[in-house]
Ligand binder design. Sequence first.
Ligand SMILES: [Zn+2]
Length: 142
Amino acid sequence: MTPNVSIDKYVLLQFKSSLREQQRELQQTIDRVEKDIRDAADSTADSMDLSSSNAARESMAARNTQNRRKLKVIELALERIQNGSFGACIGCGGAIRLRRLQAIPFASHCIDCQERLEQGVLNVATGSISAPNGGFMHNPAS
Ligand SMILES: [Zn+2]
């Protein structure tokens, strides 16, 4: 697929650095949560409240699963910058609107395809992405 998308080089660089930034922050968060999980495991020995500390650990682990999924999506976006397909919808090959990319730099689908994706009409397997990226767009800061 040779997408017919032309994004200004300078704009592309901005996307790249903002994605890199998000990638780094996410990696730090993942590391920190992993450390918290280990610490929680260590302190369990002193704690009488075993079940609540297990629950806390499970919720931290679940959060990190989410974080890793986000990280994957961001890495895929960086890959697309690398191979020149950034800004092209992986569903239909059309251009993703710049305004959408500015809001969600790691968006892999145009609005139309994203909507179909969320309705379950479009198969995610049309592109190289294996994880849906619709679930966390509303709170990119968390
Ligand atoms: Zn599309």
